[in-house]
Design a protein around this ligand. Structure first.
Ligand code: TYM
Length: 333
């Protein structure tokens, strides 16, 4: 049986990139015969310092957003990473398996640490090792993510493979990414070459799930485009990153291919296209943001869901950890 695991950092607000690239897929994967485990990764969030009160508030907001996007407390295990100590225990074992050279290749560390990498936390550097533990502590085999996480997933596979090899066991599965067809990487509305992200200083670069209709319309109106009409083939979008991004968002919302959208819009202008895109976004996101507010105002209910999820998660990982300790030769198996 397939077992799915994915995670999101409870930092800042959920944006359209998180939603189209990952969360929408998480909701779709909740089907009979598939186990789905979704995690708010607070231990990852603190690799860059977070005020404790903000972190706590962000966990509630993020859980409300996930529930509003259709993650079901009945169908899925939804919980906070730090509530299951097995993640960090396995991360330590994996830090003895992963090689420094592997971590040195991680582009996300380079991007996040910037020019001052000597001052970055050790946790930010070893972050992908914890991410491998998140997945493998449940023996999950499929991981729905955006394409910015592919390198980390490759590392998770390398760690699983080396563990199996070093201990001469076929113990950890090699997890695979599951990408969406379009919008695997939603780009900034102001720069089609950098991804939409929570950390961009300008709020105009991203659509948030909680944005109201006016804000969405405004952000799309101001989104960077070019003066050319829309082409009839996706090959002609090679050097039109902003145009491609808006078209991909449209395609993802409509559940069609990029070419399908071009067939509909070829020869027309962005001034015609943008208001229709804004309407689609508003129609799609308004019910989500309304539900988000409802969940966020019922903190007790959300905290109960997370507590039950943590119990289920720990029950799933306990036998795997016990076997792992035995394989490694640790006490307390
Ligand atoms: P995070 O919190 O940055 O993002 C959560 C999910 O959203 C996707 N995403 C995007 N997809 C398309 N376009 C974008 N602009 C965009 N921005 C973000 C991410 O790919 C991700 O799927 N390291 C992870 C969290 C994590 C995790 C895990 C994921 C920790 N442990 C284990 C999977 C499995 C992260 O920081 O995601």
């Amino acid at each position: 049986m397939d077992r799915i695991f994915s995670g999101i950092q409870p930092t800042g607000d959920v944006h359209l990139g998180n939603y189209l690239g990952a969360i929408r897929n998480w909701a779709k994967m909740q089907q009979d015969g598939i186990e789905t485990i979704y995690c708010l990764v607070d231990l990852h969030a603190i690799t860059q310092w977070q005020p404790p009160a903000t972190l706590r508030a962000n966990v509630l907001d993020m859980a409300s957003a996930l529930l509003a996007c259709g993650i079901s407390a009945e169908k899925s295990v939804l919980f906070v990473q730090s509530a299951n100590p097995h993640h960090s225990e396995l991360a330590w074992i994996f830090s003895t398996v992963a090689r420094i050279g592997w971590l040195n290749r991680m582009t996300q560390f380079k991007e996040k640490a910037g020019k001052h990498k000597e001052n970055a936390s050790v946790g930010l550097y070893t972050y992908p090792v914890l991410m491998a533990a998140d997945i493998l502590v449940y023996h999950a085999n499929l991981v729905p993510v955006g394409d910015d996480q592919l390198q980390h997933l490759e590392l998770a596979r390398d760690i699983a493979q080396k563990f199996n090899h070093d201990y001469e066991q076929d113990f950890f599965p090699l997890p695979e990414a599951r990408l969406q067809q379009v919008a695997t990487r939603v780009m900034s509305l102001r720069d089609g070459n950098s991804k939409m992200s929570k950390s961009d200083p300008s709020d105009m670069t991203r659509i948030l799930l909680k944005d109201n209709a006016d804000t969405i319309a405004q952000k799309i109106k101001k989104a960077k485009t070019d003066a050319l009409p829309l082409p009839d083939s996706s090959d002609r979008l090679e050097d039109r990153a902003e145009a491609r991004n808006l078209l991909a968002i449209y395609a993802a919302l409509d559940g069609q291919t990029l070419q399908g959208v071009l067939d509909e819009w070829a020869g027309k202008n962005f001034s015609d296209f943008k208001p229709i895109l804004a309407d689609k976004l508003i129609a799609h996101l308004a019910p989500i943001s309304q539900k988000m507010n409802e969940y966020a105002s019922d903190e007790t209910e959300v905290m109960n869901i997370l507590a039950k999820g943590a119990q289920k998660a720990t029950t799933l990982s306990a036998p795997i950890m016990s076997k792992m300790r035995e394989i490694v030769g640790l006490q307390g198996s």
